[in-house]
Design a protein around this ligand. Structure first.
Ligand SMILES: CCCCCCCCCCCC(=O)SCCNC(=O)CCNC(=O)[C@H](O)C(C)(C)COP(=O)(O)OP(=O)(O)OC[C@H]1O[C@@H](n2cnc3c(N)ncnc32)[C@H](O)[C@@H]1OP(=O)(O)O
Length: 218
């Protein structure tokens, strides 16, 4: 569904954020609850009843969301930074001295080892922060072709985190970059570190991969 005016678009984006936030609260409650079986069954019925009105007007693969600006890589439904996506923390990102700095706190929905963050989630945050680091440094938007992680210490849940990414080297379409995760109160104690390699698709690759995506400004 296309939004008509700037005001409508602004309102719709806020509604998308609000729904994402409510669903995050629901997800957090669903993975944390010790409620009895009857309560779980009742809630399941109520939640299933919520799906049809949303599902009635939906986009498919290859269609950008109407609330997104097709030029901006930062999207409302990103699984890492999108406030409209309930699986996103969402990580908040700022650019500081050419580096991308992300902050977020991860709850029980992201648990791997008991009381610590799942390693796959750390990888997603590091990958994402490197994407922002590329944009911050003016490097063209590339795709991750390699991400090597070293998990030094477990990342605690329910603790403010600081995720920092920086582009180290640009060689034409190929870039090398580094990122780390620390807790916000100990920004020098690295818990996870990543080496990333990104490649900017050439014109043929870009057209093959994204040429048919509706709403993407190329
Ligand atoms: C607000 C902002 C938010 C931004 C927020 C955005 C955040 C998103 C972050 C998430 C990012 C993702 O998840 S991305 C999704 C995960 N990644 C993917 O799905 C990528 C899958 N991979 C691919 O599709 C492909 O690898 C491509 C299309 C990316 C590249 O194709 P390819 O065949 O592998 O590579 P190729 O065209 O040969 O190009 C490689 C180029 O690099 C050069 N090259 C190769 N090795 C080296 C090397 N060691 N040092 C220097 N250069 C090298 C080659 O010579 C060539 O340059 P030359 O000889 O041509 O000059």
């Amino acid at each position: 569904m296309a939004a008509d005016s700037e005001d409508e678009l602004r309102e719709r984006r806020q509604a998308v954020r609000d729904l994402g936030s409510a669903l995050r609260d629901l997800t957090d409650a669903a993975v944390s609850t010790e409620a009895d079986t009857e309560t779980l069954r009742e809630i399941t019925e109520q939640v299933r009843a919520l799906v049809p009105p949303l599902d009635a007007v939906r986009r498919e693969r290859g269609q950008m969301a109407a609330v997104d600006d097709g030029r901006r890589p930062r999207r409302l439904y990103s699984p890492a930074v999108g406030p409209g996506n309930p699986i996103s923390p969402p990580m908040h990102v700022e650019i500081v001295d050419g580096a991308a700095v992300g902050t977020c706190t991860l709850g029980l929905a992201y648990e791997g080892p008991p009381s610590y963050v799942h390693g796959g989630m750390s990888a997603m945050l590091l990958d994402q922060i490197l994407g922002h680091a590329h944009a911050a440094g003016g490097a063209p938007p590339g795709m991750t072709v390699q991400l090597s992680l070293r998990y030094r210490r477990p990342v605690p849940l329910a603790t403010p985190l600081r995720i920092v990414g920086r582009v180290e080297q640009v060689n034409g379409r190929w870039t090398e970059s580094k990122a780390t995760i620390c807790t916000a109160d100990a920004p020098d104690a690295v818990l996870v570190e990543a080496d990333g390699r990104f490649v900017v698709p050439n014109a043929e690759q870009s057209s093959r991969l994204f040429g048919k995506v509706e709403g993407l400004v190329k």
